[in-house]
Design a protein around this ligand. Structure first.
Ligand code: ADP
Ligand code: NMN
Length: 202
């Protein structure tokens, strides 16, 4: 059985933290990080506001991201092996590549704002945190291209609000998580919800 989990959320909401924890506990579990598909800085448009427009779907090579997901769907065993993911004995010892549960986590800040991806998820999660907490966490983070002064209020947060509205209209299956609760609580809630869905799908 193949099962795809979406972990979406606002920047610095805790997506990577949650994903890394799930990767350790879910069987035969691979990941696709949306951040890995950012285009190069010189390909990112500068807006009328003077900021490079990082927080829009065009800043990402979404075609390449979809192709990576398709690669997993076509052969999750091959995908796991080529990404150094260890497989359960049930899968390793089986003649059939299709045996066992294969899980893919798709993690990112705009994973529910791109039409070709919306229908791939078996489970959709979204982590939110309030403005002040988001701004505080973002200040402690350094991206490959550091934030210029004013980027958060001038671009990041307004784009988040816009995409959030779009996403709420696009996708009705999302389970919302409060990113200000503890890492442990968030992980437990998601793990339990995934387990229940897996049991129902067997
Ligand atoms: N539940 C939480 N409570 C407090 N801080 C958190 C929580 N989850 C993540 N963080 C912290 O927030 C920051 C961003 O987390 P990260 O998982 O990288 O976010 P994202 O991948 O959504 O951008 C990190 O410093 C991380 O330790
Ligand atoms: N990874 C990169 O190359 C890069 C460069 C510039 C900005 N960013 C930022 O990454 C954010 C999205 O990633 P997170 O959800 O992990 O914070 C966006 O808000 C964007 O401004 C990433």
């Amino acid at each position: 059985m193949k099962f795809i989990i979406g972990i979406g959320g606002v920047t610095n909401g805790g997506k990577t933290t949650l994903t890394n924890r799930l990767l350790k506990t879910l069987p035969n579990c691979c990941v696709v990080h949306q951040d890995d598909f950012f285009k190069k800085p010189d390909q990112i448009q500068v807006g009328e506001d003077g900021f490079r427009q990082w927080d829009v779907i065009n800043a990402l090579d979404m075609e390449a991201m979809v192709n990576t997901v398709k690669g997993w769907q076509e052969n999750p065993v091959k995908f796991a092996r080529s990404h150094g993911v260890s497989l359960s004995p049930e899968v390793e010892e089986s003649d059939s590549e299709q045996r066992g549960i294969h899980i893919l986590i798709i993690e990112g800040f705009l994973i529910y704002n791109y039409k070709p991806l919306i229908d791939v998820y078996d489970k959709c999660f979204y982590i939110s945190i309030p403005y002040e907490e988001c701004k505080r966490r973002r200040r402690t983070r350094t991206y490959t291209v550091p934030d210029p002064p004013g980027l958060f209020d001038g671009h990041v947060w307004p784009m988040y609000l816009k995409h959030r509205k779009e996403m709420d209209n696009n996708c009705s299956r999302i389970e919302y998580l409060d990113g200000t609760t503890t890492k442990e609580d968030i992980y437990n809630a998601v793990y339990e919800s995934v387990q229940n869905s897996l049991l129902n799908n067997l």
